[in-house]
Design a protein around this ligand. Structure first.
Ligand code: APR
Length: 240
């Protein structure tokens, strides 16, 4: 089929079957909180203990979850695809990375966690990012600057997602764009499908149910990520 340059976007639906809750549940709350109370810079300034506790719980939870068949299929794609393949995830868990353990991603492969990583912290004074696996205290002294505090390395609402230049460049030259397990509610990821279309890419959505921007995609396949992602990856690798 001659499709070579891939951009894959994933959202919380890809980790749902691992036991990581998705964001927009029927009650409109995010693990019992309003988003503006736990995922904005203003919330952190107002109530750092609440925000740190929210992310401490989510960080601890990572020790209890494992990659599922969808993460593993994407790791296989990364290892076997012979051209450019950018995997952009909105997820802050480390399940894509863990699924890649023991595999060798191809030289054209890159993983970008555009909303940050739970297992990293950032110094509010120096901006330095470091690995972080433990709990953070409400006002956690930074090892990087005397006047700095450590906060989760998470892109909050109102902040700029990471590595947008690299993502936009890849979207501008991709042949195939695949969106997996995301509801299509949060910018800028919602706009990726239009950017890929402008580049002439084929666009496919894999999700439990049609997303909010379903009509932007050439094709949609609906079901559990653990089933539909491995099947789609098999097709892609067979069609090369
Ligand atoms: N398989 C496939 N899709 C699934 C599964 C599953 N097992 N379970 C749920 N889904 C789908 C849902 O149908 C929904 O469309 O995953 C999507 C999850 O949507 P959201 O909860 O809105 O999560 P996401 O799109 O990743 O959110 C984007 O919003 O709150 C912010 O920063 C946060 O990164 C997050 C961003």
């Amino acid at each position: 089929m001659g499709l070579s340059r891939l951009v894959i976007l994933t959202g919380s639906g890809v980790s749902a079957e691992s036991g990581v809750p998705t964001f927009r549940a029927a009650d409109g709350l995010w693990l019992g909180h309003r988003v503006e109370d736990v995922a904005t810079p203003e919330a952190f300034a107002r109530d750092p203990a609440l925000v740190q506790d929210f992310y401490n719980r989510r960080r601890r939870q990572l020790a209890e979850v494992q990659p599922n068949a969808a993460h593993r299929a994407l790791a296989r794609l990364a290892a076997e695809w012979r051209s450019d393949c950018l995997l952009v995830t909105q997820n802050v868990d480390d399940l894509h990375e863990r699924a890649q353990a023991g595999t060798s991603p191809g030289s054209g492969f890159r993983l970008i966690q555009m909303h940050g990583e739970l297992l990293k912290a950032v110094c509010t004074a120096s901006g330095r990012v470091c690995e972080w696996r433990d709990d953070l205290q409400a006002r956690h002294p930074s090892p990087h600057a005397a006047d700095g505090l450590l906060r989760p390395h998470i892109v909050w609402f109102g902040e700029l997602p990471l590595e947008m230049d690299t993502i936009e460049a890849a979207l501008g030259r991709c042949d195939l764009f695949v969106s997996i397990g995301t509801s299509g509610a949060v910018w800028p990821a919602v706009g990726f499908v239009q950017q890929a279309r402008r580049a002439g890419a084929r666009t496919v959505e894999l999700n439990l149910e049609p997303s909010l921007n379903q009509e932007m995609f050439d094709e949609g396949r609906y079901g559990l990520a653990s089933q539909i992602v491995p099947a789609f990856v098999d097709e892609l690798l067979a069609d090369r």
